[in-house]
Write a new protein. Structure first.
Length: 309
């Protein structure tokens, strides 16, 4: 079975933890231990987010003012190398050398006229209090949005058109390599009329990019790992209902939080319409998720439309 596994932010950095290299490695090691069983048996592609890390690099980037700050696309490439290196190493260690693991620097084609450039929604970087957020917005000319009880920087998140390295990733899979790619959704690039690409200042949602890649690879399944046990309708209200299984058509008619669960739903719908299926559930219960004891499954053929837990 060919599986694309998208690691959420909790696989790399726990909320409230300092974003140190040691914490990154510890969290990645735990995630790779959980993934090892799946990786031994199947063709697996691992994608990952980079929101906290790219935001941290942006802050570190601003601290040294003798040179101009590096643009967001280059910082995104830096996070791919940083996080991809750690995942590649820790997954290889978890598998005790049984499978070869390759990290691929990935670029994702976007439309420069995407309306997302006019309405930033992608949360990046550390969390701030209301006062600190206001000061950062004024100093750095950032757009700030609420993230739960705190605030974070938001940047444009255009839809992925396609992952440019998909043919290379397919070749690696055909040769029994495990692949780490589409870090942070891939570095977003635009193409001119001659086909030349250049970076754009945005962060592509990693779940949507993972779905685009899954469709291009003909993957059987996209697994989006997060810290929630289910996708929930009316989340956080007395009317909350946990969704166990849903058709792509019916769940596509519901609305979820724009910066968090909605991209996962859009990604799942994209995969289901391409003939695959998608699972959304907790990283720390991956075996139960695959066994359908927890989490939400979205596919094209659910007679009941939506089945609640």
């Amino acid at each position: 079975m060919r599986v694309v596994v998208a690691l959420g932010g909790n696989a790399l950095a726990r909320r409230g933890e300092p974003m140190t290299a040691d914490r990154l490695r510890t969290n990645v090691r735990s995630s790779c231990d959980a993934l090892a069983g799946l990786a031994r048996e199947h063709e697996v592609v691992i994608t990952h987010g980079n929101g906290p890390q790219v935001g941290l690099l942006a802050l570190q980037n601003l601290a040294y003012q003798d040179v101009a700050a590096y643009p967001l696309d280059i910082l995104g490439a830096e996070t791919q190398g940083m996080i991809g290196y750690v995942i590649q190493q820790e997954l290889s260690n978890a598998l005790a050398g049984e499978r070869e693991v390759t990290a691929v620097l990935t670029t994702t084609l976007v439309d420069e006229n995407d309306p997302a450039f006019e309405q930033p929604t992608k949360l990046i970087g550390p969390t701030y209090s209301a006062q600190d957020a206001a000061e950062a917005a004024a100093e750095y000319r950032w757009t700030i949005a609420r993230d739960g009880d705190t605030f974070r920087r938001v940047v444009p998140s255009p839809d992925p058109v396609r992952v440019l390295q998909a043919p290379d990733i397919r070749l690696l899979l055909d040769n029994r390599r495990l692949v780490v790619c589409v870090g942070g959704g891939g570095v977003p690039v635009k193409a001119d009329s001659a086909g030349r690409t250049s970076g754009v200042q945005a962060v592509v949602d990693k779940d949507l990019a993972s779905a685009a890649l899954a469709a291009e690879l003909g993957a059987d399944m996209l697994v989006m790992l997060t810290d929630a046990e289910y996708v929930s309708e009316n989340w956080g209200t007395p009317e909350q209902r946990d969704i166990k299984t849903a058709s792509s058509e019916d769940i596509g008619e519901l609305t979820f939080a724009a910066g968090s669960m909605q991209p996962k739903i859009d990604a799942a719908v994209r995969v289901a319409r391409a003939g695959g299926r998608a699972l959304i559930g907790p990283l720390d219960r991956l075996d139960d998720l695959l066994a359908r004891k927890v989490g939400t499954e979205i596919r094209g053929d659910v007679a009941e439309g939506i089945v609640y837990d």
